[in-house]
Design a protein around this ligand. Structure first.
Ligand code: IPD
Ligand code: CA
Ligand code: CA
Length: 262
């Protein structure tokens, strides 16, 4: 197993996915809604996923494939054995539809149910994030380290789990909890991008009441390889096999400031 070659192949595939995103036009006309509040899908999400299914299948034919646009949101026992790609063709579809930036492509390779390789590509700024388990995280080849600032002097990013309105009260209680304990809050519309910001050291903490595995599998590995802590909202390790609440913080955030107080 040549890990460097695999990672390079995943990068090439992510770059091509980014090209499809950059060349997209008439995006609103190609948009339909899925189940849940304002849950959009465009023909480009489907096109990027079909391309990645094909390209990643050629790269590692024995790997299973789980992608957002397939419909299933959890790994089967079979998926947890050996290699499995977990792909979000476009993370930040609402951004993609409205023109708000960025949106990213996210490709994780799991090995025996744990993240092994991760690639996240932001085509608008040509930023390629990569990580291999135990080997660090990089952006365009430059080693990443999370921020050493304490929570009190850091920004906090959060996701609204908008497709699940029953979680709104929980989300905004968490916002009210963290806001006075940090500098300010930010919401970008792409969980993978939020986690890459943790890896780059621009923010101190990120939370979302519910994420799918394809939202955080690649960027979660990138953040942890940059020195971040990654758990569910109770401080337990994520299961890496389906939807999960997520909390992630840079190395500077003290243990006692990390968990929610609500
Ligand atoms: C969404 C984005 C968003 C997060 C949602 C995700 P999508 O992914 O990551 O930031 O708040 O929970 O579902 O639907 O744009 O791929
Ligand atoms: Ca997503
Ligand atoms: Ca998506």
């Amino acid at each position: 197993m040549d890990t460097d070659k695999l990672l390079a192949g995943m990068e090439t595939a992510a770059r091509e996915a980014g090209r499809i995103m950059l060349e997209a036009d008439n995006i609103r006309a190609s948009t339909t809604e899925k189940a849940g509040h304002a849950n959009f899908v465009t023909s480009y999400d489907k096109r990027v996923q079909a391309y990645l299914f094909d390209a990643l299948g050629k790269l590692l034919p024995e790997a299973k494939f789980i992608g957002e646009e397939d419909g299933a949101d959890a790994f089967t026992d079979e998926d947890r054995r050996g290699f499995a790609f977990c792909v979000d063709p476009i993370d930040g579809t609402t951004n993609f539809v409205t023109g708000f930036r960025p949106s990213v492509t996210s490709i994780a390779l799991l090995r025996d149910g744990a993240p092994y390789l991760g690639v996240v590509y932001n085509p608008y700024d040509d930023l390629m994030f990569t990580a291999a388990r135990g080997k660090g995280a990089y952006c365009n080849g430059k080693r990443l380290r999370s921020s050493t600032e304490p929570l009190a002097s850091s920004l906090v990013m959060f996701g609204t789990a908008a497709y699940n309105p029953e979680l709104n009260a929980r989300t905004f209680a968490l916002c009210a909890d963290y806001l006075p304990r940090c500098v300010d809050l930010r919401r970008t519309g792409s969980a993978a991008w939020d986690l890459c910001n943790l890896a780059m050291g621009t923010i101190g903490l990120f939370f979302e009441a519910k994420l799918q595995l394809w939202d955080f599998a690649a960027a979660g590995l990138i953040a942890t390889e940059a020195g971040c802590r990654l758990t569910d909202l109770d401080g337990n390790p994520p299961a890496w096999d389906g939807p999960c609440p997520l909390l992630c913080a840079s190395q500077g955030v003290a243990r006692e400031d990390y968990l929610p107080r609500v």
